[in-house]
Write a protein that binds this ligand. Structure first.
Ligand code: PLP
Length: 423
């Protein structure tokens, strides 16, 4: 099947075919440690590359503005019912093209421009769409930001509560992009009720953990829950929004026609496949290993003398304060890349460096765990990371580690059949 599909592209557009081949080889030969990335299954890829990319289907199942939607309805209904089974939300909209659009839809459902929102500071681990000044959320709303305590580097719930009582925001937004600890959704839900605010949890990063009960679910405590489907959930690059029944109509019309036009039916088909995979018992084993691997990596790095923001991790990611070792996040990202390890620079709370330099690197285990790597590999990788960051200018050493990385990757093949299909 794969071979059959690869040939038309090589013939029609060799330049793009070559870029896809090179990207596949890059994934196969390197260690992907960006916390927000993962490797989807062949089944998800097949759905993504399906003929549903041809289809216009504005509207919702049974209520479309286009003909020929009978199989599209099958796909969207399956995606909805599987997502409901995973997250136990009253209502699910599977159409958001991305996490940002899922959040925009929620805001559009119940907020007006100029309303006050209370979101987590980006530099403390929040996301751009939670009120950053350069994002639509920061431009259209009056933003008040909460963050972590300087002492514990964990969310300061007392300060959050105080800000909510003082500013009376229309919505409180929780969830994060670079936060390694359990989030107390129940407590934030209670603060929202006390202050009569709507409350949204954005679980883009931890959705896979929530799906199997390894992180407490926000669903019972929130009016809205949004997520991406491509991080720990291991599906296609896309978004999804959930809500209590009373907001269902508002949310649906905010997604379409409010924020988006036609849904990406091929992507919804791939989401449905991802949800089916997430319902399989092996998905819990996978997530359990993701968390175990992150804990081993965290402990190994600590043993090797690194300072971790908040002292450790409860989830799939860690934030390492590399500046405490005298190297910037930017330099660390570059040196790791030259060694075959992909991670990203990240600001740490109360960072002294600007965002494009940053004092931290964010490292995650979802992708490597998908490849089958376990605790032993994490310990080895921690020693490589330590070697790279201790001597980032030593190009010979970086090259030697890259060779070791490639040897390790050969034992955990990924998209080998795809590579062969292009050769
Ligand atoms: N929300 C959170 C917490 C995220 O971490 C991200 C992506 O990193 C998003 C939303 C945005 O998702 P997307 O890139 O699909 O718009």
């Amino acid at each position: 099947m794969t071979e059959h599909l690869a040939r038309p592209l090589i013939q029609a557009d060799p330049e793009i075919a070559k870029a896809i081949y090179n990207e596949t080889a890059r994934l196969d030969n390197g260690l992907e440690m960006i916390a927000s990335e993962n490797y989807v299954s062949e089944a998800v890829l097949e759905a993504l590359g399906s003929v549903f990319t041809n289809k216009y289907a504005e509207g919702y199942p049974g209520r479309r503005y286009y003909g020929g939607c009978e199989y599209t309805d099958v796909v969207e209904r399956l995606a909805q019912s599987r997502a409901k089974e995973i997250f136990a939300a009253d209502h699910i909209n599977v159409q958001p093209h991305s996490g940002a659009q899922a959040n925009m839809s929620v805001y559009m459902a119940v907020l007006k421009p100029g309303d006050t929102i209370l979101g987590m500071n980006l530099s403390h681990g929040g996301h751009l769409t939670h009120g950053h000044q350069l994002n639509f959320s920061g431009k259209y709303f009056n933003v008040v930001a909460y963050g972590v305590s300087q002492e514990t580097e964990q969310i300061d719930y007392d300060a959050l509560s105080q800000l909510a009582h003082e500013h009376k925001p229309k919505m409180i937004i929780c969830g994060a992009s670079a936060y390694s600890r359990i989030i107390d959704f129940e407590r934030i839900g209670a603060i929202a009720r006390q202050t009569e605010a709507y409350v949204l949890a954005d679980i883009a990063h931890i959705a896979g953990l929530v799906a199997v009960g390894l992180h407490p679910s926000p669903v019972p405590h929130m009016d809205f829950v949004t997520t991406t489907t491509h991080k720990t959930l291991r599906g296609p690059r896309a978004g999804m929004a959930m809500c209590k029944e009373e907001f269902a109509k508002k949310l649906d019309s905010a997604v379409f026609p409010g924020v988006q036009g036609g849904p990406l039916v091929h992507v919804i088909a791939a989401k449905a496949v991802c949800f089916l995979e997430a319902l399989h018992p092996s998905f819990k084993d996978y997530q359990t290993q993701v968390v175990k691997n992150a804990a081993v990596l965290a402990n190994s790095l600590k043993d090797l003398g690194f300072r971790l923001v908040s002292g450790g991790t409860d989830n799939h990611l860690i934030l390492v304060d590399v500046f405490a070792k005298g190297i910037t996040g930017k330099a660390a990202e570059k040196a790791l890349e030259l060694s075959g390890i992909t991670a990203n620079k990240n600001t740490i709370p109360f960072d002294k460096n600007p965002p494009l330099v940053a004092s931290g690197i964010r490292i995650g285990t979802p992708a490597l765990t998908t490849r089958g790597m376990g605790e032993k590999e994490m310990q080895t990788i921690a020693t490589w990371i330590a070697e790279v960051l201790t001597d980032p200018e030593n190009s010979m050493r970086l090259q030697n580690i890259k060779t070791e990385v490639q040897k390790l990757c050969k034992n955990f093949p990924l998209y080998t059949k795809r590579l062969l299909a292009y050769e």
